[in-house]
Design a protein around this ligand. Structure first.
Ligand code: DC
Length: 218
């Protein structure tokens, strides 16, 4: 028997993580932030002095990555590293290593293992296309690059960090281009995924739309 899975794929800073975790909470399902696996691997490689282009060694690290989630926060070797992996530097490393086929296949089974009773909501880039091709409901969640840069800017300022809006938008566009143009598991809307554009939607409306789609399934 396979448990239901809702996949929410989309670009960086589109709000898919917030939407996915709230949908999971509303349904009482597990939640997997698949980007965190790539981010934690980038951090772990940096700690082990493995370069972000060393595909063979990264794939070996990925297989035995000492990753866990404690109360929704990513940990490496049991140490909370969640704040650290959310920074721009590790984000860029994650995007670089995520383009390597051996790394992606080493992380495949680990992601599938999160499919447990009563169900899973997951967000990423290839959740509906590669990791859970038989997902119950597939969503492609996006927003304009300008809107995403503004959201990220607000988050950083709220955390007391400095930020430059134009630079953030450039970084977001560069990361989108890299994630969309890579040969393996590129970022794109699959034909069987429903489009949810949140440029002009707040989080609560986006969450309600996903729940309505899920509940309306036969
Ligand atoms: O969703 P995020 O920004 O935390 O993801 C970090 C990087 O990992 C991003 O550049 C793309 C990559 N990623 C991926 O290739 N596949 C996934 N399923 C999730 C993330």
């Amino acid at each position: 028997m396979s448990f239901p899975v809702i996949t929410i794929d989309g670009p960086s800073a589109s709000g898919k993580g917030t939407v996915a975790s709230r949908v999971a909470a509303a349904l009482g399902f597990h939640y997997l932030d698949s980007g965190a696996l790539y981010r934690v691997l980038a951090l772990y490689a940096q700690q082990k002095q493995v370069a972000w282009d060393n595909e063979a060694r990264l794939a070996l690290l990925a297989v035995r990555l000492p990753l866990s989630f404690e109360q929704g926060r990513a940990c490496v070797d049991g140490q909370d590293c969640d704040d650290f992996i959310r920074g721009e530097e590790i984000g860029a490393g994650a995007s670089q290593i995520a383009a390597l086929p051996a790394v992606r296949s080493a992380l495949l089974q680990r992601q599938r293992d999160f499919r447990q009773a009563p169900g899973l909501v997951t967000d990423g880039r290839d959740m509906g296309s590669v990791v859970f091709p038989d997902a119950t409901l597939k969503i492609f969640l996006t927003a304009s690059a300008q809107e995403r840069a503004q959201r990220r800017y607000k988050q950083l300022i709220e955390k007391g960090q400095s930020a430059n809006l134009a630079r953030l938008q450039q970084d977001i566009e560069a990361r989108d281009a890299r994630d969309a143009s890579r040969p393996v598991a590129p970022l794109r809307q699959e034909h069987d995924a429903r489009l949810l554009d949140t440029t002009e939607l707040d989080i609560a409306t986006a969450v309600a739309q996903v729940l309505a789609w899920y509940r309306a399934l036969p």
